[in-house]
Design a binder for this molecule. Structure first.
Ligand SMILES: NC(=O)c1ccc[n+]([C@@H]2O[C@H](COP(=O)([O-])OP(=O)(O)OC[C@H]3O[C@@H](n4cnc5c(N)ncnc54)[C@H](OP(=O)(O)O)[C@@H]3O)[C@@H](O)[C@H]2O)c1
Length: 332
C-alpha cells in the first residue's frame, strides 16, 4: 500500500509518499481501507516532534479517517467487513490502509460522505466536550470564538448556535468571518496578525471588548493562544469561562489577577484524554453529534481536498493559516 511518511523531523516538505507493507492485524483490531483522512493542527506539530505524542519514525500523520472495513481481527465482534466507519487513529491515517482497535471505530451514517466522515469526530468531539462538559454553556449566553473559521473553531460556532447561544466569531480576515456568519455566527470581528507590542495588545483587548459589548462574553473558546488569549480574557463577563483549546499562535502566560477581577474560570480542555478516561460519556457525546448531523444542525465544511501526493500541501495550509473549515486528504 502507499503511505505518506514522516522519516525525519521537519515541516510538511519533509513528507514522502512511499510503498510500504500492509499493516498486520492484531486481536481486537479491524483493517480499514482509508478513503479520506482529515487534516488537523496536531498534524502540523506531530511531524515537527512538537506534539504531546512522538511516534517512532517512519510514521504517517493523520489522526482521523473514514473508510471501509476490509478485514476483521480475532475477537472483534461489533464491526463487520464492508462497514463504512470513522476511525480515530492519533496518527497513521495518511495511508491506504490502517489497522485500528475496533473500539476506535464508529459506524458512519448513510448519506455522510467519506470526506465529511474524516472531518467530523475530532473537531465536533472537541468542541462539544468543551462547550457542554467544560463550559456548561446555556442558551442566551454569549460565546466568543477565536480562530472561528478553523476546524475546531467552526465546529464550536455551529454547536453553540445549536445550543441557543449568541456567537461572536473572531478571525484574521473578513473572508473567514463571512464563512462563520454563513455557519450561524451572529456577529464577527477581524483581528490583526501578530506579533503585537504593548500598544497592539491593548488595541486587541479593546477590539474584543467592543465586539462582546458591555457585559462581555460568558464563554470564550480559544483555539489560537499567543497574545490573543489575554486580550480576549480581558473581554470576559463576570463569572465567565475561558476555554483553553490550542496554541497555533504560541503558549500564552496569563496574569492571574484577571481571574480575580472577572470572577472567571480558566478551563483546560483535553478531548483526547476525556475520550480515554470516560469512553461512555464520550460515546453519548458522539451520539448527540450524530443526531445534530441528522437534523441538519451541524455539517462539516470541507473547503479543500488533496490527493496523497499533496498531503504536505494540505498540512502547510493549516500551518500557514490558509485553511478554512476542514482540509481532507483523499486516497485512491
Ligand atoms: N484541546 C483539545 O482537545 C484539542 C483538540 C483538537 C485540536 N486542538 C487544538 O486546537 C487548535 C486548532 O486546531 P484546528 O485543527 O482547528 O486548526 P486550524 O483548522 O488550523 O485552525 C486554527 C486557527 O488558528 C488561527 N491561527 C492563529 N495564529 C495562527 C498561526 N500562527 N498558525 C496557524 N493558525 C493560526 C487560524 O485562524 P485565524 O487566521 O483566523 O487566526 C486558524 O484558522 C490547535 O492548536 C490544535 O492542536 C485541541
Amino acid at each position: 500500500m502507499k503511505a505518506v511518511l514522516s522519516k525525519s523531523v521537519g515541516g510538511p516538505d519533509t513528507l514522502v509518499l512511499e510503498e510500504v507493507a500492509d499493516p498486520a492485524l492484531k486481536p481486537g483490531e479491524v483493517l480499514v481501507a482509508v478513503k479520506a483522512c482529515g487534516v488537523n493542527y496536531p498534524d502540523v506539530i506531530i511531524i515537527e516532534d512538537k506534539y504531546q505524542f512522538k511516534p517512532e519514525r517512519p510514521f504517517s500523520p493523520g489522526g482521523e479517517v473514514a473508510g471501509v472495513v476490509e478485514a476483521v481481527g480475532e475477537g472483534a465482534s461489533r464491526i463487520k467487513v464492508g462497514d463504512r466507519v470513522i476511525g480515530q487513529a492519533g496518527w497513521g491515517g495518511m495511508a491506504e490502509k490502517i489497522a485500528l482497535p475496533e473500539i476506535r471505530c464508529i459506524p458512519m451514517p448513510d448519506g455522510m460522505s467519506f470526506e465529511e466522515g474524516a472531518a467530523f469526530v475530532m473537531t465536533y468531539g472537541t468542541s462539544h466536550y468543551a462547550l457542554k462538559q467544560r463550559a456548561d454553556i446555556k442558551a442566551g449566553e454569549t460565546l466568543l470564538v477565536l480562530g472561528a473559521a478553523g476546524g475546531v473553531g467552526l465546529a464550536a460556532v455551529e454547536l453553540a448556535k445549536a445550543a441557543g447561544a449568541r456567537v461572536i466569531a473572531a478571525c484574521s480576515s473578513q473572508e473567514k468571518v463571512d464563512l462563520c456568519l454563513k455557519h450561524g455566527a451572529d456577529a464577527g470581528v477581524v483581528y490583526p496578525h501578530g506579533p503585537f507590542d504593548k500598544e497592539g495588545r491593548k488595541a486587541l483587548a479593546d477590539l474584543f471588548k467592543g465586539a462582546c459589548g458591555k457585559e462581555g462574553a460568558n464563554v470564550i473558546y480559544d483555539a489560537v493562544g499567543g497574545d490573543y488569549a489575554e486580550a480576549a480574557l480581558r473581554a470576559i463577563a463576570w463569572e465567565g469561562r475561558f476555554l483553553v483549546i490550542g496554541f497555533p499562535a504560541g503558549i500564552p502566560s496569563i496574569p492571574l489577577n484577571l481571574t480575580l477581577l472577572k470572577g472567571c474560570q480558566i478551563v483546560g480542555v483535553f478531548w483526547g484524554a476525556f475520550t480515554a478516561k470516560d469512553p461512555k460519556e464520550n460515546a453519548e457525546n458522539i451520539e448527540e453529534l450524530m443526531a445534530l448531523y441528522a437534523a441538519g444542525k451541524i455539517k462539516p465544511y470541507v473547503s479543500a481536498t488533496y490527493p496523497m501526493a499533496q498531503a504536505g500541501q494540505a498540512i502547510a495550509d493549516l500551518a500557514e493559516r490558509r485553511a478554512q473549515g476542514k482540509v481532507v486528504v483523499t486516497m485512491g
